[in-house]
Ligand binder design. Structure first.
Ligand code: AMP
Length: 190
């Protein structure tokens, strides 16, 4: 089983690269942001709770996300592995993921940290906001999300270094080069 954590600030290219990895390795893609947006669209209770946090650029409480992820994982049948996109975002979530996988006799194979300079992140997200109309891709909310990333999510870099799963990827430049670097890293742990 190939369990990949794709990591990085908002706008670092996690979603785009995940699609390419899924196509190449035939694994499942779990994006917690996509799951939450689907819940909002379907008007569920979870979606109603999630909307308040997402619109404010804040993270949902860990227990919500961890329970949601556990049921998504349980729904996968005959999976060759998973790419986790937008999860974990806190140390508590990383610990929960480790435990959840261990209970299924699995573990994280690699954590890929897509690093992109802050001014480029802002440019990409503002453009995405214009193209996709995502409500949280406006300048004020993007700034909040970046602050949340630095305070709550970036500490995971050291956490995964300690776990000896960390792999840095330069996320600035040609899409093909970035995908190539990612595949090279994955092929080493496969
Ligand atoms: P994303 O599409 O990954 O950028 O996520 C959009 C928003 O969904 C985030 O700004 C959070 O409000 C929420 N969200 C997504 N994943 C998580 C997570 N792992 N933990 C807490 N909140 C999350």
């Amino acid at each position: 089983m190939l369990n990949i954590v794709i990591f990085g600030a908002p706008g670092s290219g996690k979603g785009t690269q995940s699609e390419r990895i899924v196509a190449k390795y035939g694994i499942n893609h779990i994006s917690t942001g996509d799951v939450l947006r689907a819940e909002i669209k379907n008007g569920t209770e979870l979606g109603k709770t999630a909307k308040g946090y997402i619109d404010q650029g804040q993270l949902l409480p860990d227990n919500f996300i961890v329970d949601m992820l556990a049921s998504t994982l349980d729904g996968l049948k005959d999976s060759k592995g998973v790419i986790f996109d937008g999860f974990p975002r806190t140390i508590a979530q990383a610990e929960a993921l480790k435990k959840m996988l261990a209970e299924r006799n699995q573990s994280v194979s690699i954590m890929l940290d897509l690093e992109v300079p802050e001014d480029e992140l802002m440019t990409r997200l503002l453009l995405r906001g214009q193209q996709s109309g995502r409500a949280d891709d406006n300048e004020e909310t993007i700034r909040k999300r970046l602050t949340v990333y630095h305070s709550q999510t970036a500490p995971l870099i050291d956490w995964y270094k300690q776990e000896e799963l960390y792999c840095h990827i330069n996320g600035l430049g040609e899409l093909e080069r970035i995908t190539g670097d990612i595949c090279e890293a994955i092929d080493k742990v496969k």
